[in-house]
Ligand binder design. Structure first.
Ligand SMILES: [Fe+2]
Ligand SMILES: [Fe+2]
Length: 483
């Protein structure tokens, strides 16, 4: 049991921000910490709170020190406050202040906008842990359970990172926002999380893998944009968070890949060549490829919605202020102001999809989303290579940007995954061919039986090719049963 009163914050919160000599912020974090631990303890099912989990912990930001592996009980995980090293003479990379020295304090005129962006980012971190809280009960292996918990503790650390910024730079209203971050709950009617996708359920492990592949990748893109911020502490925080985010997407990509692999292996062994013979494939106890495509459709489109309106004055303001840049702003070669540039944005008018040129400044969300789509396509290609290797004629694909949207230009538009506009009635009639149906959900749920013998895997998923931290195949990633 963690001693909450005598916590030595010098050692309990690994940090490289000089917490021990920053009494004001230290006190604020000390006050916030018990609420955080309460939140964590009410969340993860009780038996796992006592398990020893083989986790990596960030204790410094240098490449050798930040990933220390060892067994730890999750409530005793050392959530740290870590910023990437300061870049000497860093400049504001975009907008009207481009080229001026980066800010070390928040400029008064941008305070409200900056706080809002930090709160929105912060809100997603605990939300995903809430969405995933019951998954450990049906983990297909100890390896997967450990990966789930690794993602969870790091999302917890990301919350810490945003809360540190709120406490350090935003005074009383920052403290209030930090408290609110523990009060909202994913899926709650009264106090839901701020963004739609973070109030959806993560009902099964295939959803978890799709979520970490597609939705954590939205997180990556938002962090990339904030890593370009002229507000240097925010930039440094996000740069370090990105190193952790890469693992979350690895969990997603390999999780979906292993699911596909197992399906293909089972089909090959049974001599089934038609991927659409769903009953025959399901009789093998694996997830048929068309259902995997439906899950992909769902999670990809929910993630597209997270980028907000394609054309947005708020986004233009944030860019122009130098608070949020484009993806890899520092590598782009233009004037970084976008005042006279245009960017192609789709338009949906009278049932037709057109492309028009919008002012580039107001289209920065769209541009970030396009970069996201390019990034997300990479893994889909690697999944298809697995299918191809097993000589099965089937290819997964990202659906059209207008399909199944709830935000922006295509909100509620009846568009097929191929990008054809059809009538609302036709769309509704075909919905279950494109998105997971109740029956698909029930089938997947029937496969979600926990496997907790070291080295053993549920029948619907292949083992990983290599272990975490190069551990052997039968390594006990989670010691569940403590004396
Ligand atoms: Fe995160
Ligand atoms: Fe993440």
């Amino acid at each position: 049991m963690l001693d909450l009163i005598n916590v030595s914050y010098d050692t309990q919160i690994p940090n490289n921000v000089g917490l021990s000599s920053d009494r004001r912020v230290l006190k604020a974090l000390e006050k916030w910490h018990p609420g955080y631990i309460n939140w964590w303890k009410g969340l993860i099912p009780q038996n796992f709170q006592e398990s020893l989990v083989y986790l990596r912990t960030a204790i410094s930001v240098d490449p050798k020190g930040w990933a220390k592996f060892g067994y730890v009980k999750m409530p005793e995980y050392r959530w740290g406050v870590l910023l990437a090293p300061q870049v000497e003479d860093r400049r504001i990379p975009c907008g009207e202040h481009v080229g001026e020295p980066a800010w070390q304090e928040v400029p008064g005129e941008y305070r409200a906008l900056m706080r809002r962006l930090i709160v929105i980012q912060g809100d997603t971190e605990p939300a995903s842990v809430e969405q995933q809280k019951f998954l450990a009960l049906s983990a297909p292996s100890l390896y997967d359970m450990r990966n789930l918990f690794q993602v969870n503790v790091e999302e917890g650390r990301h919350l810490w990172a945003m809360v540190y910024l709120l406490h350090k730079y935003f005074g009383a209203d920052g403290r209030e926002e930090a408290d609110e971050l523990l009060l909202r709950q994913s899926g709650s009617d009264e106090k839901p999380r701020m963004l739609g996708a973070f109030n959806e359920e993560t009902p099964d492990w295939l959803s978890f893998f799709m979520f970490t592949y597609f939705t954590d990748r939205d997180g990556k893109m938002q962090l990339e944009a904030l890593a370009q911020s002229g507000f240097d502490p925010l930039s440094r925080t996000c740069r370090f968070m990105l190193t952790e985010e890469a693992h979350h997407m690895f969990v997603g990509e390999t999780g979906v890949g292993r699911t596909i692999q197992r399906t293909c292996e089972a089909m090959n062994a049974a001599g089934i060549t038609d991927p659409y013979d769903i009953n025959a494939v399901r009789a093998l106890g694996v997830i048929d490829l068309p259902t995997i495509q439906k899950k992909l459709n769902l999670h990809y489109t929910l993630s597209l919605d997270l980028f907000g309106q394609e054309v947005s004055t708020n986004a233009a303001n944030a860019f122009n202020a130098g608070i949020k840049g484009r993806y890899q702003e520092h590598k782009l070669e233009d004037d970084h102001k976008l005042t006279n540039d245009t960017y192609p944005v789709a338009e949906y008018l009278d049932g037709k999809i057109l492309l028009k040129d919008a002012p580039a400044l107001t289209a920065v969300n769209m541009r970030l989303r396009d970069d996201y789509t390019k990034d997300a396509a990479g893994g889909v290609g690697r999944w298809n290579a697995i299918i191809k290797k097993h000589n099965i004629e089937f290819a997964l694909a990202l659906p059209h940007e207008g399909f199944h949207r709830q935000i922006g230009i295509f909100n509620e538009a009846p568009i097929t995954p191929d990008g054809n506009v059809i009538s609302r009635d036709e769309w509704d009639a075909q919905r279950d061919q494109w998105l997971p149906s109740k029956a698909d959900g029930d089938y997947i749920a029937s496969l979600m039986k926990p496997v907790s013998e070291p080295g053993q895997y549920a029948g619907w998923i292949a083992p990983p090719r290599v272990g975490i931290d190069n551990k052997p195949g039968d390594f006990e990633y989670v010691q569940l049963h403590m004396a």
